[in-house]
Design a protein around this ligand. Structure first.
Ligand code: CTP
Length: 401
């Protein structure tokens, strides 16, 4: 299915006999198109050689905090940011205990504590160690922290005893990780067009009418949709933001009329349009072609003309099956005004921002929104980072689709 293609995966290997299976696991991950960085504990190296692992992964294996004689160190923080997933296989009782207790005395556990990505653990140990209350409690704690435990299988163990403790087979570990990424791809196959940022309406070649929109909310929604598998076209006004996800197609525009043209073109082949941009209501009809000079007898007058309503234009063209989402920024009678916009622009739902909420507007990294749908049902959310607000909005979108 290609779910692991291009994914950055940290493969953590601990000191257990099952480490020999980690070589097969590494091979499967690389074959699936993942970029794999192996981090091995000092005990792990007693079971499997870093030479084999670096040859298969194409990257030097990391084990120590410092690289001998070079004065350089391995940054667990950078690794934690780089990774899309971390798989610890085999996870020994000792490492599981350290992870549960936050004992960062080696590179693997330190990296785990820095990782923001989903973490999968495939425990492997003797049956009595596996059944010990401390192991059970540590695994429960780790599961409670949101880690994914890939339960060990029953069978003959290295000790020749038979019981639960065999590390799950590499094929099944890969399947578990793929299943996780598949569950995150609930927008696969959907084409989404998003408008973001302000528009600039030129007065002359050096001046414009604009607004304070930073584009952060629209960009966060674009990243969220792309991460969940959608094909995203982001029509952006002038902002100083970069797209992170490589799959986002960005179309840069300046004025509302340029934004309309780009949005209409993309909407024709889209399943969803999310109108996040703060579009200027007017453009300058008597735009000057050269810079307006100060030393003039008469004070220049700016003649304004109404801009097209992009959301309403798309709303009028909306086909059955297409979903149109709008935003409303209000200062008074917020919910009532937002409901009027749903009707006027033929939206499926609207995301309401109130200018009265602190830290929930232009330029901030946080937002506080209420989603109102056509039937008038309201869902209010608390103040959150814009990435989490994007998650809530996209969850609602996926629900109605
Ligand atoms: N919108 C648009 N094109 C415009 C104006 C607004 O696509 N010319 C979209 C916005 O992106 C947003 C929604 O319409 O999704 C509501 O925008 P808002 O500025 O709140 O509403 P307006 O229609 O401009 O109404 P008002 O300024 O009177 O509140």
């Amino acid at each position: 299915m290609g779910l692991l293609k291009g994914k950055h995966i940290i493969l953590g290997i601990c000191g257990g006999i099952a480490a020999y299976k980690s070589v097969f696991l590494l091979r499967l991950l690389v074959k699936a198109g993942a970029e794999v960085q192996v981090v091995i504990t000092p005990a792990g190296k007693e079971f499997i050689t870093p030479v084999t692992l670096s040859a298969l992964s194409g990257r030097p294996v990391i084990s120590e905090f410092f690289t001998a004689n070079t004065g350089s160190w391995n940054s667990h923080v950078d690794l934690g940011v780089w990774a899309d997933a971390m798989i610890i296989a085999p996870a020994t009782a000792s490492t599981i205990g350290k992870m549960a207790g936050g004992i960062a005395d080696n590179m693997l556990v330190t990296t785990y504590l820095s990782a923001k990505c989903p973490v999968f653990l495939a425990p492997a140990m003797d049956l009595d160690m596996m059944a010990h209350p401390s192991t059970k409690r540590n695994l429960e704690l780790l599961a409670g922290y949101g880690n994914h435990i890939i339960e060990p299988a029953e069978g003959e163990l290295a000790s020749h005893l038979v019981g639960k403790g065999r590390m799950e087979e590499p094929e099944n570990i890969v399947k578990a990780v793929e299943a996780f990424f598949a569950s995150q791809c609930d927008m696969a196959g959907l084409r989404v067009m998003i408008t973001a940022g302000p528009t600039h309406e030129r007065i002359d070649p050096v001046r414009f009418i604009g607004n304070y929109s930073s584009g952060k909310m629209g960009f966060a929604i674009a990243e969220e949709c792309a991460r969940r598998g959608a094909e995203v076209t982001l029509v952006s006004g002038p902002v100083s933001l970069q797209c992170v996800h490589p799959g986002i197609r960005r179309v840069n525009v300046e004025s509302a009329r340029e934004m309309l043209a780009a949005a209409e073109e993309a909407f024709a082949t889209s399943d969803v349009a999310i109108m996040c941009a703060a579009v200027a209501d007017y453009y300058v009809e008597n735009q000057a072609t050269s810079k307006i000079k100060r030393e003039k007898d008469e004070i220049p007058q700016i003649v304004l003309q109404r801009n097209p309503d992009i959301a309403a234009t798309l709303g009028a063209k909306k086909q059955p099956g297409q979903v149109l989402v709008g935003f409303a920024l209000e200062t008074d009678n917020e919910a009532a005004n937002a409901r009027l916009k749903i009707e006027r622009k033929n939206l499926d739902f609207i995301v309401l921002n109130s200018m009265r909420d602190k830290d929930a507007c232009f330029g901030t990294d946080t937002n506080k929104v209420t989603i109102i749908d056509r039937s008038g049902v309201e869902k209010a959310f608390g103040l959150k980072p814009k990435s989490e607000v994007a998650h809530d909005i996209v969850n609602h979108l996926v629900e109605i689709i």
